[in-house]
Write a protein that binds this ligand. Structure first.
Ligand SMILES: [Mg+2]
Length: 259
């Protein structure tokens, strides 16, 4: 099996909250040394992508901005390409920052022309009301991702962007356009920008219905790790067949280069 490029999901794969997965930084360093091209693809839309680079570096990983693809960045690209000039409603400050960096006009009122649902740990009912009113008034409805939950330290889960998206879907009766995985929008940007061959690309993720499903639908090889959200028993439930199933990324080098 010829693998030249490896795309890593982050939460539950490289770290959980602020704690790195044991052995993950060493794995990444070894893969770089062996010449693999490394990319990061996270559904997290809570912060601009510089934040994610800093967070990885802060817990001992080598990471670069041109390797980092987050749903916040994807949302900025999507709006710039499809709805340039439209006034956009955001939930988190980090998403707002990413959009502003890409010259998108922010309008966090019920008069916005585009609404971006994403994770907001300071969610308020007032914000939901404004987003709801903008959507029923005809705004374009986007969502950074639909992850129901995300892992933090000590096996604890918290409600994800999908919980906020669902509140708006339920109340408005409208379905959003999803930017993050399993949709291939960001993957296609990575493949195109770096001229990669999908058949030579491995997606490493902890979530079957996003990371591994996208890999299957897009013809990537996949490595499912058990250090995050999904469980081994879930593989059958989703009818998926990952190329590798590992306890964590620490086992990836010995899997790719058996002695
Ligand atoms: Mg994950």
């Amino acid at each position: 099996m010829q693998i030249k490029n490896i795309i890593f999901d982050m939460d539950g794969v490289l770290h959980r909250g602020k704690t790195p997965i044991p052995g993950a930084a060493k794995t990444l360093a070894e893969l770089r040394k062996r010449g693999f091209r490394i990319f990061f693809l996270t559904n997290n839309g809570e912060h601009p992508r510089e934040f994610f680079v800093e967070r990885l570096r802060g817990v001992g990983f080598e990471a670069h901005l041109d390797e980092m693809y987050s749903s916040s960045y994807g949302t900025a690209r999507y709006i710039s390409e499809n709805f340039p000039g439209k006034r956009t409603f955001t939930f988190s400050r980090g998403m707002q920052k990413e959009l502003e960096k890409n010259s998108i006009t922010i309008d966090n009122s019920n008069k916005a022309e585009v609404v971006v649902a994403s994770l907001d740990v300071h969610l308020s009912y007032e914000k939901l009301v404004a987003a709801f009113q903008a959507i029923i008034g005809g705004a374009i409805f986007l969502a950074s991702n639909e992850d129901a939950s995300y892992p933090v330290e000590n096996g604890v889960l918290k409600p994800g962007a999908g919980a906020i998206t669902a509140a708006l879907e339920k109340s408005t009766g409208r379905k959003p356009t999803i930017i993050g995985k399993p949709q291939p929008y960001l993957l296609d940007i990575i493949i195109k920008e770096h001229k990669l061959d999908k058949a030579e690309t491995l997606m490493v993720g902890d979530r079957l219905e996003t990371d591994i499903l996208m890999a299957k639908q897009e013809g990537l090889k996949s490595c499912f790790v058990l250090s995050g959200v999904s469980k081994r028993e879930d593989i059958e439930k989703y009818g998926l067949n990952p190329s590798f199933v590992l306890g964590s990324v620490a086992e990836l080098p010995e899997t790719l280069f058996p002695k």
